[in-house]
Write a protein that binds this ligand. Structure first.
Ligand code: TYC
Length: 99
């Protein structure tokens, strides 16, 4: 059987879009609570959580992680819901890095 030579097309590999999840500083949320959030929702160890919390406290914000859209959005919702349940005004937002 004769085999036709077919030109292999180059696979189109799209870079997965990622979205940064950012925590914002405020004057009322306790430092302990922010450290707990970083460990619980962003899987940070104690040292990383403390370092990120202090960065937010000093600089106003910090990136806690980068995820595909659905996961990033779900982290934002979970952090805000958990904060309100614990009577903390902590704010968490998404940043779109793709444009
Ligand atoms: N600035 C807060 C305080 O002095 C601590 C804090 C840190 C709040 C990080 C929010 O995302 C935050 N109690």
């Amino acid at each position: 059987m004769t085999q036709l030579a077919t030109k292999k097309s180059k696979p189109i590999l799209k870079k997965p879009k990622t979205f940064e999840v950012i925590l914002l500083n405020d004057d009322y949320t306790t430092m302990e609570f922010v450290v707990e959030v970083l460990k619980r929702f962003f899987n940070k160890d104690a040292l990383a959580a403390e370092t990120i919390m202090l960065k937010i406290h000093i600089e106003g914000e910090a990136v806690c992680g980068s995820y595909p859209y659905d996961l990033a959005q779900s982290k934002v919702s979970q952090v805000i819901e958990y904060s309100r349940k614990n009577e903390q005004p902590l704010m968490c937002v998404l940043r779109d890095l793709n444009s």
